[in-house]
Design a protein around this ligand. Structure first.
Ligand code: 6PG
Length: 233
């Protein structure tokens, strides 16, 4: 995980520096779950914190659980504790989903926020970077297999995830795939089977297989997640 997080942190710093130098802004959507935590902690560490002018960075979220922002399962809380509370930014630079609202209202409000705040590319809000994880079923953000959000052309949506018996809030393919850069952070043995199938290109039904980026789609895996992948000879 340490190598993975360092590789991701170096790439994050390089991209942030490039955008901050050229546009003065860096709009990033953070991933949730467990894997990104160590990346966020690294970015907030003495080793990395001083390499970015954080005043130009705006933080959004790829998805969120339908829980209060202080709940242990909140992606916002995880990012706040591991990164956002530990770097020199103001609350005005952070845009969590408003989970106090009804999930459908929260999703609609987030879509309006993206429309208001982000520059456009091909008529859609454009992130400079979207960080994503992947579940062992090939989901990413809250784009879960077999759910209606996979066909949703709004910018953000609420989705009921039967296997988890809960509602989620998530960005959708149109806005995720409109990002200049996407970086997957994937760790653990439980992801190896999906990665093997993706590398053999045998199973394209996984939600992650429909992710694309305008400029660069980067897959960062630890050894366990990559352990059974087909590699070109
Ligand atoms: C979430 C994430 C989700 C996550 C994957 C992988 O809210 O849980 O957005 O898509 O990235 O489930 O989670 P891990 O990185 O913890 O394995």
């Amino acid at each position: 995980m340490d190598t993975l997080s360092h590789a991701a942190a170096d790439r994050f710093v390089m991209l942030a520096s490039r955008y901050l130098e050229t546009t003065g802004k860096f709009n990033v959507a953070l991933a949730g779950g467990g894997t990104p935590r160590s990346l966020y902690q690294l970015l907030a560490s003495v080793e990395y914190r001083g390499r970015i002018d954080w005043s130009g960075v705006s933080f959004y979220f790829g998805d969120e659980r339908s829980v209060p922002q202080e709940h242990a399962d909140s992606n916002y809380r995880m990012a706040r504790e591991s990164l956002l509370d530990r770097i020199p930014i103001t609350r005005e630079q952070v845009f969590p989903f408003e989970t106090r609202l009804d999930v459908r209202k929260a999703a609609a409000e987030y879509a309006r926020l993206l429309q208001r705040n982000l520059p456009k590319a091909d008529g859609l809000p454009k992130f400079d970077l979207v960080l994503l994880g992947m579940g062992d079923d090939g989901h990413t953000a809250s784009l879960f297999p077999g759910t209606c959000i996979l066909h949703d052309d709004r910018l953000a949506a609420a989705v009921y995830v039967e296997k988890l018996k809960t509602w989620r809030l998530s960005l959708t393919y149109p806005v995720i795939n409109n990002a200049d850069h996407i970086m997957f952070l994937i760790s653990g043995e439980s992801k190896a089977q999906v990665m093997q199938q993706l590398s053999q290109n045998t199973e394209s039904h996984f939600p992650v297989s429909r992710i694309d980026a305008r400029d660069e789609l980067l897959w960062l895996l630890d050894e366990a997640a990559a352990s059974t992948m087909e590699t070109t000879r």
